[in-house]
Design a protein around this ligand. Sequence first.
Ligand code: NAD
Ligand code: LMR
Length: 323
Amino acid sequence: MNVTVTGAAGQIGYALLFRIASGQLLGPTTPVNLTMLEIPEGLAAAEGTALELQDCAFPLLRTVTVTADPVRAFDGVNIALLVGSRPRAVGMERVGLLESNGRIFGPQGTALNAGAAPDVRVLVVGNPANTNALVASAFAPDIPAERFTAMTRLDHNRGIAQLAAKLGVHVDQVRGLSVWGNHSALQYPDVNHATVGGRPVTDLVDEAWLVDEFIPRVAGRGYEIIKARGASSAASAASAAIDHVYDWVNGTGDQWTSAAIVSDGSYGVPEGLFSSFPVRAIDGRWEIVQGLSINAFARARIDSSVAELIEEREHVRALGLLP
Ligand code: NAD
Ligand code: LMR
């Protein structure tokens, strides 16, 4: 499989590449050709990482290519991890990156359209991830929009970890969490269908904790980490990217997870927006979990997150970043 990582010399890139090369992205029997895309200023550091990859003598790693040319980087690519872009700093919302980062994803969409393998799968990690995925997909008219996704798996994993800590159980006991909407402060981590050890989470925690602590904690976790670390999450983001692609390729089994995918209009989310949903991966495709009941509180939270996605789309349109 041909795997391309953009922003390969960045923090997330450094945490991601070794896990891909060791087989954690695609499984222990799939050889990988790894390509790193960087801007010219990042090439020297990416070359250094390539030396380290060589030194690991990973049995599954076939070739390593470092380039600043998106057309070369995406030629024949099966899995594209679009990480390269600026992270936010203290005092910023992710949407503040829209103009600078949005400009990166149009040309990358064009390059993907020109040369990607017919089965390409794209995960956008760079923020604001949902709208960057919308931009990249808009520039790749020959690639089905379903092949473009944005990462909310980190939010999903954060939600599971918070519930497990609160209830004193292991993370594998927590099931049925859903993250809806935008990867932003307005995301909605929803426990209405979640269970722990088979019992509904809503029977185990009180509503005040959910509204005043759980939701803001999960939605604000990226910022909490930026303040604590002085840099945005990197290893946990790389880990979530691995989880997202591994599940997409290998299936989610009897579980569901969360991912931002193009809306087909399900749950009242306007068609064409890249919104997070509860999803299952079946036969290599994401499917939105259907038929979940949505109460008035959930409806309002989903609607406000979706309204923000619509605003972001208008913003990139006004900036001339959509074709
Ligand atoms: P970083 O600054 O450490 O690395 C970014 C890298 O991207 C740099 O090496 C830079 O040279 C490179 N780059 C910039 N423009 C590029 C381009 N056009 N093509 C190729 N490479 C390019 O940042 P980071 O900490 O690795 O974070 C990367 C992005 O991921 C940020 O936007 C951050 O906000 C986002 N992020 C998203 C999530 C999520 O859950 N969706 C989680 C964490 C971080
Ligand atoms: C995160 O959720 O950790 C990332 O999106 C980084 C950020 O800006 O919060």
